[in-house]
Design a protein around this ligand. Structure first.
Ligand SMILES: N[C@@H](CCC(=O)N[C@@H](CS)C(=O)NCC(=O)O)C(=O)O
Length: 219
């Protein structure tokens, strides 16, 4: 298939939302034309495509625009899910979505207020870190009895949440490693070393109109 006949994914390498969209696109084998966006200098094509002006944003061949990362994951996996990410060994898709909403909601709020406490009036990084740690403790408890969050296979939940746990861990890696979260540390370490993660972290030059197209996942 010619690359101009592929969906377009506006992405940014270091954005955890874009990471999870790329993880799902790669698992599903759904090829796209990747356009690397510079957030402080967004290109016109991106602004005209994405109503929220956020990455990731996918434009399908039918012209549908999806600007929520979780929706992009589900779009790709609904078309092709060879690794069974939507069908967990334990629990259901709704159970996974519930945990992802918790991660995207209270955990991500606390993570932002911990990481960027000076940007949020009244944010106390110690308090926010403790709030986020409650959720991480819950993940560690889940991981006590299985390799992944919903059984012994990777699922949507693992891949939707891991990029944010990575972001949290990187704020103060020594502190994170010193916590009593052996199962969570093992799970994060596995994610960081996985082919899944490494295959989506290639560096792409910023895309601009007329630049060579980048096929993702690389074939
Ligand atoms: N709910 C959105 C959030 C995406 C999001 O906030 N992405 C950030 C980058 S990590 C962004 O594009 N921010 C806009 C900006 O910085 O201008 C999703 O899940 O896709």
């Amino acid at each position: 298939m010619s690359i101009s006949n592929l969906p377009i994914l506006y992405s940014f390498r270091r954005c955890p939302y874009a990471m999870r969209a790329r993880l799902a696109m790669a698992s599903s084998g759904q090829s796209c034309a990747l356009r690397e966006v510079v957030l402080r200098d967004k290109v016109e094509e991106f602004l005209q495509t994405s109503p929220s002006a956020t990455v990731p944003t996918l434009k399908t061949l039918e012209g549908k625009v999806i600007d929520e990362s979780l929706d992009i994951m589900i779009w790709a996996l609904s078309r092709n899910d060879p690794e069974g990410w939507l069908a967990p060994e334990h629990g259901s898709l709704d159970d996974m979505l519930e945990l992802i909403y918790q991660s995207d909601g209270d955990f991500k709020t606390a993570l932002d207020r911990y990481k960027y406490s000076t940007r949020y009036e009244g944010a106390d990084s110690v308090v926010e870190k403790a709030k986020a740690a409650d959720f991480l403790q819950e993940l560690d408890n889940r991981l006590q009895n299985s390799s992944y969050l919903f059984g012994d296979r990777i699922t949507l939940a693992d891949m939707a949440i891991a990029p944010f746990v990575r972001q949290f861990a990187n704020v103060d890696r020594d502190w994170f490693d010193g916590q009593d979260w052996p199962h969570l540390l093992r799970w994060l370490d596995g994610f960081l070393k996985s082919d899944h993660f490494n295959a989506i972290m290639d560096r792409y030059p910023r895309w601009q109109s007329g630049e060579p197209l980048t096929r993702f996942p690389a074939s």
